[in-house]
Design a protein around this ligand. Structure first.
Ligand SMILES: [Zn+2]
Length: 535
């Protein structure tokens, strides 16, 4: 046996001796149930049980590891299916008995069921199929089914998982009961041998494997190669930008981060700037254009930086904070089945962000299980919660509480929970950004009016200074005694602007004509009479 197969079949339990087992496999209808388990996308395992439904006899059970650098449930389930079929094949080789029964294979992962059904029907090899995730395991399952011989009738079917959570096990169908047993076996293996297995042994028929950074890549090859090239310099930038160590960066749940930012693709430039802490607040706008004010449009704080956005104490921002807290509270009341202590820790972190307080939370005030979470988020930064960067511990603690399997919970995995809460934070930040932009726009508008008023005052003063220099007949152009009177007549700035632009050229023309005609400082006959009456 090759190393990969030895590892796969290292924990097999026979309920009957090998020849009797093979005879059972050939007697009537045989059920295979296989299941997988993945914890924290770190350690994965499988469980298998083979049972004769006709004679109601347990034939064999197996459990073992499902290696992978970032194992998925698909992968773990596929290893379970492979182990079951290799066990039957090895048994048939050992006993020299050819399988001839009807085998029904129950799997609770619909993606794997569909893929196997498709691959088993495939007549010609497709080179593109080799690039699909976990092709190594799938091709070996298919070739094992084929090598079991044409006399064996094999079918793969989907079964709903964890049915024992809603119904007593004795009331379940055979298939459902076997699925629960396989699940239990996979869980048992995790309890005894929880371990990260980043190197995948080369399964027979695979031919080639991709290794990056000492880990096997089993799918999404293009993305993996692209990441291997671009992520190291990007990580170095992030570490420098936020003062992280490589460990701090690794403590971030990057999978949830990707899920969060994927939901905010429309205001892409805004989101990209925001997650790097360089949203164009006053401080940055002023750095690139000295005419732009650096101050906060809501509270007149002299330097509006990205952190100030969240800690600004202006009334409008307090209102935003109330709305945001209501949203978080809404999540708390929903079916998230979250550990109440996680909300408490989140609340403590949020208070710091809103106070603009960079000091770390004292983990010592919380139970031991939660201290790593607090320490990691302290290092990553609490403000990073608004940028989608949550410590992996959030998701792990959500899963660990065991409520992930609660059928009423809408967040089954830690990543589901973290990305859902992360999205609420990101949405709220975008709301805040829009609010801030409106305030900034309003301030600019107000400033625009006062600047325009200054310009108009200067123009009016100049126009009124020509009052005695225009031709007497044109003095009717002046509606008021002085420029100040004119300015304070309650006309809109636009009306004043129109008046100035109409009158100014007329006044200049009249001044020059009056100078030519020598009629400057003259008064009209009516004015002359009036002046004489007064004297
Ligand atoms: Zn402010």
């Amino acid at each position: 046996m090759d190393a990969w197969e030895r590892e796969l079949l290292s924990l097999v339990t026979f309920f009957v001796p090998p020849h009797a087992a093979m005879n059972q496999i050939n007697d009537g209808l045989v059920f295979i149930a296989s299941d997988g388990s993945v914890l924290n996308r770190t350690s994965a395992s499988f469980g298998v049980t083979i049972y004769n439904a006709t004679t109601q006899t347990n034939i064999l059970q197996a459990k073992g590891p499902a290696p992978g650098s970032r194992p998925s449930s698909f992968q773990a389930e596929a290893y379970g299916a492979l182990a079951a079929l290799r066990a039957v094949w090895r048994l048939s080789q050992y006993t020299t008995i050819v399988p001839s029964s009807t085998i029904c294979h129950w799997i609770d992962n619909s993606a794997l069921v569909r893929r196997l059904q498709r691959e088993l029907k495939r007549v010609y090899q497709d080179p593109h199929a080799t690039l699909q995730p976990d092709w190594d395991v799938v091709q070996c399952i298919v070739s094992t089914v084929r090598s079991l011989g044409t006399t064996s009738s094999y079918s793969v079917k989907w079964i709903k998982s964890h049915q024992d959570e809603h119904q007593p096990i004795r009331e379940l169908s055979f298939a459902a009961r076997l699925n629960c047993e396989a699940d239990k076996l996979a869980g048992e293996f995790q309890s005894s041998f929880y371990r990260h297995r980043p190197i995948v042994p080369m399964i027979a028929g695979t031919g080639a494997q991709l290794f990056i950074g000492g880990e096997t890549v089993n799918g999404n090859y293009k993305q993996a190669i692209r990441n291997a090239l671009s992520l190291p310099p990007y990580y170095a930038y992030l570490e420098q930008r936020f003062g992280w160590t490589p460990e701090d960066r690794q403590a971030v749940d990057w999978e949830s981060f990707c899920r969060v930012i994927r939901s905010f693709w429309t205001p892409q430039a805004t989101v990209v700037k925001h997650i790097h802490g360089i949203a164009p607040t006053g401080k940055y706008a002023n750095r690139y254009d000295k005419h732009q004010p650096a101050s906060c449009p809501a509270c007149q704080h002299e330097s509006e930086c990205n952190n100030h956005l969240l800690s600004c104490s202006a009334p409008s921002r307090q209102q935003w904070r109330v709305k945001f807290k209501r949203r978080v509270y809404g999540l708390q009341q929903g079916k998230t089945q979250t550990d109440p202590l996680l909300w408490q820790i989140l609340d403590a972190g949020l208070c710091r962000v809103h106070r603009g307080d960079p000091s770390p939370i004292d983990a010592g005030h919380f139970p031991t299980d939660y201290r790593r979470l607090i320490q990691h988020q302290n290092r990553i930064g609490w403000i990073q919660l608004f940028r989608g960067r949550w410590a992996q511990q959030w998701g792990m603690l959500h899963e660990k509480r065991g409520l992930g399997k609660d059928p009423t919970s809408i967040y089954k995995t830690g990543v589901d929970w973290t990305s859902a809460v992360g999205r609420v934070f990101m949405t709220s930040w975008l709301d805040l950004w829009n609010l801030r932009n409106t305030e900034r726009h309003t301030r600019d508008e107000t400033n625009r009016d006062s600047n325009l008023r200054t310009i108009l005052r200067l123009q009016l003063t100049e126009i009124y200074s020509y009052r005695n220099s225009v031709r007497p007949v044109d003095r009717d152009l002046y509606q008021y005694a002085t420029a100040e009177d004119h300015l304070h007549q309650g006309q809109s700035l636009e009306a004043l602007q129109d008046w100035c632009s109409d009158t100014y050229p007329a006044v200049l023309a009249s001044v020059s004509l009056a100078a030519r005609l020598g009629v400057q400082n003259n008064t009209g006959i009516a004015g002359y009479m009036l002046r004489n009456e007064n004297t």
